[in-house]
Design a protein around this ligand. Sequence first.
Ligand code: ZN
Length: 145
Amino acid sequence: MSDLTDLYQAVILDHNKRPRNRGKLPQATRVASGDNPTCGDNCTVYLQMDGDRIGKIGFDGSGCAISQASASLMTTQLAGKTLSEAQSEFGEFRDIVTTGKEPEEFSEVAAFAGVHAFPARIKCATLSWHAAIEALKKPDSPVEE
Ligand code: ZN
C-alpha cells in the first residue's frame, strides 16, 4: 500500500514538475477560466475543437501543486473527448477526490484520491476540470488575444 502511495505521490510531483499541455493555444476557439480564491489558484483552459471532440487542449494559470498537477493531468485525460465523454471522466475524477475511493486498476487520476482527506483542497483539484467543461459547452468563436 505504501508503495502505491509513493507511486501516486510521484504522479502528482511529475505533473507538477513537467506540466503537460501548459500554455495558451494560439488557435483556440473556446476558452474558460476559473479561480479558487480560498487557495489563490487560477486556471484558464484553451480548446481547439476537432468536430465535436477536443482536438487540442492547453491550460495556463498558477496556484498550489494540487491545482497545477490536476490541470496537467486533466489535459491528458480530456484530449480527444466529446462533451459527454469529458463529463463522465470528470464525474469519475470528482468521485475519486470526494470519496477517496480508488479504481481497482492503477490510473493516474487515482493519484488524487488522497485529496478527499483535505476537503478544502477538493476545489484545487477540480478547478481546471470545471473550466474545461465550461469551455466545451461554449460555441466556437475566435479567442481574443
Ligand atoms: Zn489550491
